[in-house]
Design a protein around this ligand. Structure first.
Ligand SMILES: Nc1nc2c(ncn2[C@@H]2O[C@H](COP(=O)(O)OP(=O)(O)O)[C@@H](O)[C@H]2O)c(=O)[nH]1
Ligand SMILES: [Mg+2]
Length: 348
């Protein structure tokens, strides 16, 4: 029987943290809250409600807080951590269903999915979730229904095999890419979607750009490894080349900038590589062969993410001058339906 705890990354969450901690304690006996340099008394309220509180100095973001929480949970001897947002968007009453799903498939990462509640999600957010899932699914070798939900069950044995090198909101995406790309199953679990008036710290342009850049820098390395190997859909292992590059901050930044700059060359490069190498290397590009939407279509679609990266900063720039345009939204509205699975599900 797995030992399961709940972990909560929190930043200025006085209004909601008590209920989230108390709610979680109804289903597990150990709840850890990482207070990420809150300027209010989130930490005191969490401790009063019964959580073990870890204090982080300064606000280092959700990704860092998750890493701290995983370490704590592992050190305390737990096998599984369920992450819950601090702002009340997740209902702890869904925790037993995560546990049940874990019992049926103990090695899987289980990710809450809000995609069935389309009408409750703000339009812009829904579009970005849709785009993210296309690219993350490509990297994770499987269809991942909702890649942006923070309500998740993490088997800590998988966490131990993955080096998390990113920060803030990128880390959860990085985890899915690496877990999926090392052969771990990622299962969805329908959860209650709560979009009330809570404040979000997610910065639509900056954070989406950061997530996209990471994905753009992940896919070509992965595909290159697949191109030169036979039957190798899962390319991630801890401390691989990408992780080692990330170990040096300057090199990592240079690599990310380089990846974005050459992004437009990536599809033709891989098309040529596939034509040249496929006759000699049996079942190379193994992960993309599992997709039922065609290799060339995948590559063409990968052009769209760098385009989005150009459009988003332009919109931000215009907005700072008071020119209210919604370029990203219009782009997504036009582009999303053209994605494989844009109108419904696609099968991996
Ligand atoms: N530790 C930490 N947690 C954060 C920070 N920002 C957000 N979070 C956590 O991440 C959750 C989701 O962030 P939120 O800003 O609500 O994003 P959204 O729900 O995706 O709009 C919050 O409920 C917090 O639990 C941060 O700076 N530090
Ligand atoms: Mg939120």
């Amino acid at each position: 029987m797995s030992k399961i705890c709940v972990v909560i990354p929190a930043y200025n969450a006085t209004q909601t943290i008590r209920d989230v901690v108390k709610g979680s304690l109804q289903y597990v006996s150990y709840v850890i809250v990482a207070d990420d340099g809150s300027t209010d008394n989130t930490a005191d309220i969490a401790a009063e409600a019964g959580a073990q509180v870890v204090l982080i100095e300064g606000n280092l973001g959700k990704g860092n807080a998750l890493k701290v929480l995983f370490r704590k949970a592992i050190d305390a001897g737990y096998d599984v951590a369920i992450s819950v947002d601090a702002d009340g968007q997740h209902d702890p009453a869904d925790i037993p269903r995560f546990i049940e799903s874990h019992r049926n498939c103990p090695e899987a990462v289980i990710v809450g999915s809000r995609m069935h509640d389309t009408h409750k999600i703000p339009r812009g957010r829904y579009n970005s979730m849709h785009v993210a899932r296309f690219y993350v699914s490509l990297g994770a070798n499987q269809f991942v229904e909702d890649t942006q939900c923070g309500f998740r069950l993490y088997p800590l044995s998988t966490v131990k095999n993955i080096l998390l090198t990113t920060d803030r909101y990128v880390t959860e995406t990085e985890f899915l890419l690496k877990a999926g790309d090392s052969g771990v199953k990622i299962l969805p679990l329908e959860i209650e979607t709560i979009y009330s008036n809570n404040v979000s710290h997610f910065r639509p342009v900056t954070d989406i750009v950061a997530i996209s850049v990471y994905v753009i820098s992940y896919l070509p390395t992965k595909w290159f490894l697949e191109a030169i190997s036979s039957d190798r859909p899962n390319t991630y292992s801890r401390n691989n080349l990408r992780d080692r590059i990330a170990g040096n901050k300057t090199l990592d930044l240079a690599f990310e900038i380089f990846s974005v700059l050459i992004a437009f060359l990536v599809p033709p490069f891989f098309m040529i590589l596939r034509l040249l190498l496929s006759p000699f290397i049996r079942n190379n590009f193994a992960s993309t062969r599992k997709l039922h939407c065609g290799f060339f279509k995948i590559l063409i679609t990968t052009y769209l993410l760098p385009l989005l990266l150009i459009i988003a900063p332009v919109e931000k720039f215009l907005n700072t001058f008071g020119i209210k345009v919604r370029l990203v939204n219009s782009f997504l509205k036009y582009v999303v339906p053209s994605f494989p699975g844009g109108q419904g599900k696609y099968i991996l």
